[in-house]
Ligand binder design. Structure first.
Ligand SMILES: NC(=O)c1ccc[n+]([C@@H]2O[C@H](COP(=O)([O-])OP(=O)(O)OC[C@H]3O[C@@H](n4cnc5c(N)ncnc54)[C@H](OP(=O)(O)O)[C@@H]3O)[C@@H](O)[C@H]2O)c1
Length: 288
């Protein structure tokens, strides 16, 4: 298979050495775009495809010719991202579903198979996040985190397994978080689910390797998405606090994660499984 790996740059505003300039405290103004990843025609399910990292990944996958199945609870944002993908020449199917519902994994894979007859890749990206002290947690909120962030990825992989086995691509990417490594006070439940997701990535990578199915993860640090509005009252203050934790001195752009999701799905990572890639500007490095 010929794999062509090219970057598109906006020559008009590219920075020094042809690279996109960095915005103050944010990612590159024009992140590089992958235009061919050996995924043309590969059908990929992206949970949380209506916002942030998932939406960026879905758009990136659309650009490389992979039909994308977008999953999220709210229909309007799903339709908006699908419209962006089709306007750019890609293909998308929206499957509104609440991943906290135990029936969702099968409903999602059934909808994908009904439309495309195949599943080549799965991106377990959706998650919920609350940061609060132990005393404030109730079982409902705890269970929502476990169901959405851990149970759903596990059973989506299980539901997709028969179709993945038939695919030449056979790739799963789980999105965890630097919070799963950092053990931050107040992030006990979210961090626990992300640590567990990394565990799942590595154990299932071993279990599914004999089937040729690769399971990898990305552990992002702070990324510029709407998720921070779910826990921060003052976003500017939150972004300052987050940037201060990152040796590279800024938060990341969703497109910077989307690129690695696409790479992990693609045959460019054909010898990689069980990897959890920190994509965090160095956040998890102990600098003390
Ligand atoms: N942004 C960061 O700084 C950061 C850092 C580390 C890790 N991450 C991880 O990256 C992933 C994506 O986060 P993001 O920042 O892109 O968040 P986001 O912009 O808030 O997007 C979250 C997505 O997940 C969907 N979702 C949430 N709960 C769902 C449920 N129960 N069922 C179905 N869909 C659900 C949301 O759609 P609906 O609300 O419509 O359901 C939305 O599409 C998450 O796993 C997050 O933990 C993010």
């Amino acid at each position: 298979m010929l794999i062509c790996f090219t970057y598109e740059q906006n020559a008009g505003i590219a920075g020094i050495d042809g690279r996109a300039p960095m915005q103050e405290g944010r990612g590159p103004a024009t992140p590089p775009a992958l235009t061919d990843a050996g995924l043309r025609g590969a059908v990929v399910i992206v949970t949380g495809g209506s916002s942030g990292i998932g939406a960026a990944a879905a758009r990136q996958l659309g650009t490389v010719g992979a039909p994308v199945v977008l999953v999220g609870r709210r229909e309007d944002p799903l339709n908006e991202v699908a419209a962006q993908i089709t306007a750019a020449g890609g293909e998308a199917l929206c499957v509104p579903a609440d991943l906290a519902d135990p029936d969702s994994p099968h409903r999602i894979t059934d909808a994908c198979l009904a439309r495309y007859g195949r599943i080549d890749g799965l991106v377990n990206n959706a998650a919920v996040v609350r940061h609060m002290p132990l005393a404030q947690w109730d079982t409902g909120c705890f269970d929502e985190h476990v169901a959405t962030n851990i149970r759903a990825p596990f059973f989506l992989i299980q539901a997709a397994l028969p179709a993945l086995r038939e695919s030449p691509v056979r790739s799963v990417v789980n999105i965890s978080s630097s919070s799963g490594t950092l053990r931050r006070v107040g992030q006990s439940v979210y961090g626990m689910t992300k640590s567990a997701l990394d565990y799942l990535t590595q154990t299932l990578a071993g279990e599914l390797a004999p089937l040729g199915i690769r399971v990898n993860g990305i552990s992002p640090g702070p990324i510029d998405t709407p998720i921070h509005a779910t826990w921060a009252d003052d976003l500017d203050e939150a972004y300052r606090w987050l940037s201060g934790q990152v040796p590279l001195g800024r938060i990341g752009a969703p497109e910077e994660v989307a690129l690695w999701i696409t790479l992990l799905l693609s045959p460019m990572a054909s010898f990689m499984t069980g990897a959890v890639i920190p994509l965090d500007g160095g956040q998890v490095i102990d600098r003390e």
